[in-house]
Design a protein around this ligand. Structure first.
Ligand SMILES: Cc1cc2nc3c(=O)[nH]c(=O)nc-3n(C[C@H](O)[C@H](O)[C@H](O)COP(=O)(O)OP(=O)(O)OC[C@H]3O[C@@H](n4cnc5c(N)ncnc54)[C@H](O)[C@@H]3O)c2cc1C
Length: 457
């Protein structure tokens, strides 16, 4: 009898504790508290639905990640609200609503940007030369996208150099143009067909400038999260949608819901960190594994004093253009002697595996060429490794040489049996990789749920 009782007790203990009973009315669960998850939850909550957000990490925001460990706000992840002139940019509306002050990025303004060659000499460019160079590359890229769609930006620039059309263009400038596109795509240009880069560049130009929220991007995510039921440190491990009610499992307990919105990053889906029962449909699995996941990281350095000028941004020509060629002067934003570099693609993937000491040493090399051997070492730093960051596992999705990207993303966004919904930057068909569009994907899924379960007025 005692044994029986013990076995029964152990059995009971091993059963998940269900957080919602089936009789409590309509329940919506959102997995992930990044901007897309917060967007779905905010919208549904404000419309009167009962929503719970399960977040794996100990903080909300996901890839919007303002760090204050150095004593001032630094963005480890996204820092710009891109496309400030885009119609219906919800982040711009929130910014206005909260009265947040912003700083306009030099990326699109090309104002206050300095260029150095490999030896550290400043390169002065005439505006008309810059325009001529950009025009020639743009035109050649456009033609190449039609006659040889498999070509990439490297091919196009090499071709123009060979036929002498870029003979007057300093190599440092060609690198800077190249790197700007690679940073925004989070991928090496050789891994992307030229047509994709043209789309990126056209989108960036058409939708206005980029704005950085002074005091931290997290003011927006904190605002979106107010009064929501968010459970932190709660990684979802399994979603069982085999019966009418969906069961969502974490290590601690299980939840029962009518609809579940999965907003976890593409990297988490690619590494199968959540088990789906039954398995996801083949087309969905195909989309998950074939959408390209980019890599971009930041190395943020605080020095004892400022040894650089007042330029907002500087490029230093390098043997390998991906290796700490692009620098941003963060002093203009945080009033501290801080600069940071963004690295992308394979170089960034490679550096994620290296020690902090190695990364800092590599970052200091171009700075010593330009500003002298005697510049001080940083007194503090932040190095991101988004590809290794638990529950993120990548920077953002990008288009590569894969199957039809548009079809894959449409498939990724498709709900399953009107029970499991998908949001998040990678599910945005045309504007993947951004914060404003990630938020839009959350609102898109909230709309579907409201249509499926209209609340009585
Ligand atoms: C270095 C860097 C710079 C960037 N710069 C910009 C920029 O300047 N402007 C811009 O617009 N965009 C930028 N981006 C992209 C932008 O940050 C993302 O597109 C956007 O924030 C993604 O939001 P999301 O809600 O889709 O995903 P996320 O923010 O990643 O949210 C997903 C959430 O799901 C959680 N999660 C994962 N697994 C589980 C699980 N099993 N259970 C529960 N929760 C889970 C994660 O912890 C995370 O909080 C940048 C990204 C990086 C990495």
């Amino acid at each position: 009898m005692k044994i029986f009782i013990r076995v029964l007790f152990a059995y009971i203990l091993l059963q998940p504790v269900y957080a919602f009973s089936e009789s409590e009315g309509l329940k919506i669960l959102v997995v992930g508290a990044g901007i897309s998850g917060l967007g779905v939850a905010r919208d549904l909550h404000d419309s009167g639905y009962k929503v719970t957000v399960l977040e794996a990490r100990n903080k909300i925001g996901g890839r919007i990640d303002t760090d204050r460990s150095l004593g001032f706000p630094i963005e480890r992840g996204a820092n710009w609200i891109h496309s400030n002139e885009l119609e219906n940019n919800r982040l711009m509306s929130i910014k206005e609503e909260l009265g947040l002050k912003t700083y306009i990025s030099p990326l699109t303004a090309y104002d206050g940007v300095k260029l150095f060659d490999k030896s550290g000499n400043v390169i002065n460019l005439k505006k008309e030369d810059l325009e001529k160079i950009e025009f020639r590359i743009g035109l050649a890229a456009y033609i190449a996208s039609y006659i040889k769609p498999s070509s990439n930006l490297e091919d196009v620039i090499d071709f123009l150099k060979r036929i002498g059309l870029l003979s007057f263009a300093p190599n440092a400038l060609l690198q800077a143009i190249h790197q700007t596109l690679e940073l925004s795509a989070a991928e090496d240009s050789r891994n992307m067909p030229i047509g994709v880069l043209i789309e990126e560049a056209e989108y960036a130009e058409s939708a206005g400038s980029d704005e950085e929220v002074l005091g931290g991007f997290d003011q927006i995510t904190n605002h979106l999260s107010q009064n929501l039921d968010i459970k932190l440190n709660t990684p979802v491990t399994k979603i069982d949608y085999s019966s009418k009610k969906i069961k969502v499992f974490t290590d601690e307990q299980a939840y029962v819901a009518d609809s579940v919105v999965v907003t976890v990053p593409l990297g988490v889906l690619q590494q199968n960190l959540i088990e789906f029962v039954p398995e996801l449909p083949e087309k969905k699995k195909d989309a998950i594994s074939n959408i390209n996941l980019g890599n971009v990281n930041k190395v943020i350095l605080r020095f004892p004093y400022k040894f650089w000028g007042d330029d907002k941004m500087f490029f230093i020509e390098r043997e390998n253009r991906s290796a700490f060629s692009t620098w941003f002067n963060n002093e203009v934003i945080v009033n501290e002697p801080v600069i940071y570099s963004i690295i992308s693609g394979d170089y960034s993937r490679e550096l994620e595996k290296k020690s902090d000491e190695y990364v800092i040493e590599e970052a200091m090399k171009p700075l010593r060429v330009v500003y002298g051997k005697d510049i001080p070492n940083p007194d503090s730093f932040l190095i991101t490794r988004w590809g290794l960051e638990p529950y993120i596992l990548g920077s953002y999705s990008t288009a590569g040489y894969n199957q039809d990207d548009l079809t894959l993303r449409t498939e990724l966004a498709n709900p399953i049996e009107n029970k499991i919904f998908f949001a998040g930057e990678a599910t945005s068909v045309n504007e993947y990789g951004f914060t404003h569009s990630a938020l839009d994907t959350g609102l898109r899924e909230a709309k579907k749920i409201k249509e499926l379960y209209p609340l009585d007025l």
